[in-house]
Design a binder for this molecule. Sequence first.
Ligand code: HEC
Ligand code: HEC
Length: 416
Amino acid sequence: MKTKSTLVFGVLMAVLFGIGSVLAQSQFGQHLLRAQRPRPGAGILPPPTTTRPDFGSPLPGLTPGQLAAFAAGVEEFTNEETVASGLGPIFNHVSCVACHSGPAVGGSSDIVVTRFGRTVNGVFDPLTEKGGSLLQQFSIDPAVREVVPPEANTIARRRTTPLFGLGLMEAIPDDAIRQGALRQKPDGVAGRISEVTDITTGQVRVGRFGWKLQQATLLAFAADAYLNEMGITSRFFPKENAPNGSAVLATLFDTTLDPEDEVNPATGRGDVDALADFMRLLGAPPRLPLSPSARAGEPLFAQIGCAVCHTPLMQTGPNRIAALDRKPVWLFSDLLLHDMGTLGDGIAQGAAKPREMRTAPLWGLRASPPYLHDGRAPTVHDAIAAHEGEGRVSRDRYLRLTMAQRRQLLDYLAAN
Ligand code: HEC
Ligand code: HEC
């Protein structure tokens, strides 16, 4: 919900239109980075030591109207909720940017959330009636604080993923992902699509967002995160999260009228739509020119079988937004679920089984440590070495590379 004065927004808009035609995209991004970097101490990462102005820029080639929508989205994304504006009763943080912060607004952080459930004979129960599977760590009153219930025997941490380029990922046609699943693959690699019902349309779609491919559209993810990370109800999720499953407590401590994200009757849109706009129009991580070492690493990536899952390039379909219309997407993921053996997080969610994980997109890798779903890997090398299950054959080939070849592969990954 909006609590800030419209003055801030007005100033931002003036700046946007003032510089839009004069400055290159990168400088625009740099400006935005300065203007919007959250205050220190607000639970976010310290400012990056090197400036990477291009992370956080909008997609190139947006119209003035789309740039305005992007700016309005940034405003919503950085807005801190309060009890008065609907925060809680239980929540994980006060704004989207509190977690999605580095190296620019919309990025990642080492903040993890907790999932829990109970596994009996290999069958996972999310303990929905006890508030699972996502834990809300904080509450607006100690009396409603959620805890991991004693019957939970499966507890997993999930790291915050960066949001750069998600509009391009959203614009990849379902069929392109389906095709990838049907392709024959070497090294014992399979790969399944995740079919999910998109709450915003009721349609069955191919999931592409989240560690478990649990969402297909940015609007659905925005509404889900608004409720589950911040406790803001919307037209898609009009009911508050019940602390450890207690609907009585939820009602008792919910002081604001639901849905808290009100729809503007003139436009039919709420804050969740602005959040989706921001993510949809947020540019991809900038690719760096390949050094000679990185260039030598490129064929290695394919030769040792990384590209079987980490598909370097996909393509968006026809799109009414020109900047998303039939564009290349250098995401390094097949957007499929793979059985990663012991690396899997043990949580069944949506279409994903406990050991199945989304092939993590590798674009912008250099700006999003630590790695893997729980952040256990401080370096890219550690992340590769931890591959198991369907990733094991390729991992073993990586571990047999010479030190010089490993360096080349890592240099290649750092440029994407
Ligand atoms: C408490 C920290 C936290 C807050 C607050 C938060 N997120 Fe996230 N975000 C995460 C984590 C952790 C994940 C990975 C979730 C998963 O897949 O289990 C994530 C994933 C996402 C993704 C999927 C990205 C991908 O790679 O597929 C989107 C989209 C997203 N968040 C949007 C939002 C929006 C919009 C808000 C504000 C309404 C928000 N998030 C607030 C922690 C947070
Ligand atoms: C069977 C499919 C598969 C193969 C083959 C594979 N990966 Fe992965 N990769 C994944 C999955 C799935 C994840 C996410 C795992 C998790 O976090 O639990 C991942 C995660 C990663 C990550 C961490 C990304 C992040 O943001 O946390 C890196 C780096 C990576 N892979 C590189 C490689 C390299 C290099 C190779 C080749 C040696 C490779 N992968 C082979 C499926 C695969």
